[in-house]
Design a protein. Structure first.
Length: 275
């Protein structure tokens, strides 16, 4: 079977592969279009296998919510180089996976990888794109939040994103965005100090005590001094007790109370890639 330049262009549009890859696939398949598609997919698997040991430390972190703001999702799609991470086709591919997550609401990363995406699993699509792009790709992370209001934020550059869930419907957009940006900027480890596991608190106390012991503070004073240090640490690492980035004279909790005293953050997610 023969093929034309039109066939090459059509194959390229369907697979995203380069013109020469499409031409070679059509030559190998002797013009059989469906077989050419399979050859390109097989090539993707071959490249993925060869690159499996390579490090995919670049990529994008994207987050988004459903139109009703009741569900939010975040994904991390990794690649090998920042050049690919900034490529519009790569970003669009990541965005298509995120949109599928918003539509299907998978419970975890493995469920997301197994979702059907254009008659193949998401995982198969990622492998196929490895062949198209020529770099190892990896869908490495997935988070979700369901709440009365969910807000998302992506920091410019697509290397850092957040999701925040609130206990009330119709949270004012600016306030919600400010809290999502607070999470991005200040990287809290929990909503409030009650949410921090006791073993983490105990470890922090021991670190503080040892620090002050090395500084020569009296042994009888160590517990009291360490507790003071712990209270300062709570303000640094718990979202509600952090100084609000737009007005450091008040806490995040006080900022939210200015709008609604009953408004609460019930969950947040944050992921940073090389930031």
């Amino acid at each position: 079977m023969s093929f034309s330049t039109t066939d090459i262009v059509k194959l390229r549009k369907l697979t995203g592969a380069g013109m020469m890859d499409c031409k070679n696939a059509l030559q190998e398949s002797e013009g059989d279009f469906n077989r050419a598609i399979e050859i390109i997919r097989e090539k993707g698997k071959l490249i993925a296998s060869k690159r499996s040991e390579r490090e995919a430390s670049e990529g994008v972190v994207l987050s988004k919510t459903t139109e009703d703001k009741k569900f939010g999702a975040m994904i991390v799609l990794n690649c090998e180089t920042d050049f690919v991470a900034k490529n519009s086709n790569f970003i669009a591919f990541a965005d298509s996976i995120l949109n599928l997550a918003l539509e299907q609401k998978p419970g975890n990363l493995e469920e997301l990888k197994n979702l059907n995406m254009e008659n193949r699993s998401v995982d198969a699509q990622v492998t196929e794109q490895t062949g198209v792009i020529g770099e190892k790709l990896e869908l490495s992370h997935y988070e979700k939040i369901e709440a009365e209001t969910v807000v998302s934020y992506i920091h410019p550059g697509n290397k850092l994103a957040t999701l925040v869930g609130f206990n009330k419907d119709g949270v004012e957009n600016q306030l919600a965005k400010e809290i999502a940006m607070q999470v991005a900027a200040m990287s809290p480890i929990s909503i409030d100090k009650e949410d921090i596991p006791q073993d983490v608190i105990d470890k922090e106390l021991e670190i503080a005590k040892e620090k002050f012991r090395q500084e020569g503070k009296p042994e009888t004073m160590l517990d009291k001094i360490a507790q003071g240090s712990l209270n300062k640490w709570f303000k640094d690492v718990t979202l509600l007790n952090q100084a609000f980035i737009r007005d450091t004279k008040i806490s995040v909790k006080q900022y939210m109370a200015q709008s609604d005293k009953e408004l609460e953050v019930i969950s947040f997610k944050r992921y940073s890639l090389n930031v």
